[in-house]
Design a protein around this ligand. Structure first.
Ligand code: G3P
Ligand code: CA
Length: 290
């Protein structure tokens, strides 16, 4: 217990000393490497540990997924249910199908988020599910920017207002954060339109399961980036996206997901993408020579 507390304290100190400035980490012409679900290949996805691993590798931006607990607290989790990433099956054997919104925040944050077999023996087995508030506090310490995905908003009616409320309470809707450290994304255009109606200054991005160039003109009316599946991105897609301006007057950025090999990273750099998310952002930065 004492050992864990000391490790956590020294990690926090190291991160505080290593203040990162997201904009300083993006060289012109080289794609911005964004940690996917924190840095899901380095530590359990969507945990503070994953964010810290990304920070220690010099990664200035992380992407995470946000959902809502049964009692209305925002938590950082990807799947609609808890079975894959946590020990919910063992802790709550009679609560199948373990839907995120069926559990209180006390129950969710008590689960182990490092329950996947691959984390056995890694030291990350006891990583916890963080709340959005905890995550924002951690990012303020590391100085990283946040690509916040509104995940499964159809399961959590009104979740965009809740997200904005937490961002506001934590000081993330001030000019400094909104201008250079916050970007909200979703597969659901309706969720993004809600954010835009309430807080037009926030930059938004639409995720696509493929890379459909035909929709870019309509997207450019309300989003600043498109986040397509990496394998579907073509030179024509990037060219057409860059030819359009988003609501903040800048060309649409192209930030594909999820890029985990050197071949993929080099291909996308050659196509001219602006950035991408990766489970192994440290390796992708090395590949790109940064
Ligand atoms: O960067 C967008 C990406 O995170 C979307 O895919 O399924 O990993 O949330 P997913
Ligand atoms: Ca995501």
């Amino acid at each position: 217990m004492l050992e864990r507390a000391l490790t956590t304290a020294s990690a926090a100190l190291a991160l505080t000393l290593c203040v990162l400035t997201p904009s300083a980490l993006a060289d012109a012409g080289t794609p911005l490497v964004i940690g996917h679900r924190g840095a899901a290949g380095l530590a359990p996805e969507n945990t503070l540990e994953a964010v810290d691993r990304a920070a220690r590798a010099g990664i200035g931006w992380v992407e995470v997924d946000v959902q809502r607990s049964k009692d209305g607290v925002l938590v950082v989790l990807h799947d609609q249910d808890l079975a894959r990433t946590t020990d919910a099956r063992t802790v709550f054997p009679r609560r199948a199908p373990w839907k995120v919104g069926d559990f209180t925040v006390a129950e969710l944050t008590g689960l182990r988020a490092g329950a996947e077999p691959r984390w056995k023996g890694s030291g990350y087995e006891n990583a916890r599910v963080p709340t959005l508030g905890q995550l924002l506090d951690r990012l303020d310490r590391t100085g990283q920017g946040l690509l916040l995905e509104v995940k499964w908003p159809q399961n959590h009616p009104g979740v965009t207002r809740d997200i904005l409320a937490v961002l506001g309470r934590k000081g993330w809707l001030d000019r400094r954060h909104v201008d250079s450290r916050l970007h909200i994304i979703s597969f659901q255009a309706a969720a993004l339109r809600e954010v835009r109606a309430l807080r037009p200054a926030i930059k938004l991005g639409i995720c696509q399961e493929g890379a459909s160039a035909g929709k870019l003109a309509s997207y450019a009316k309300f989003v600043d980036s498109v986040n397509p599946q990496q394998g579907a991105v073509t030179r024509d897609f990037v060219r057409r996206a860059h030819a359009l301006k988003g609501p903040h007057g800048k060309p649409l950025k192209v930030w594909p997901y999820t890029v985990n090999t050197a071949t993929q990273a080099r291909r996308l750099r050659a196509l001219g993408v602006d950035g991408f998310t990766s489970d192994v952002p440290d390796a992708m930065r090395r590949t790109l020579g940064r």
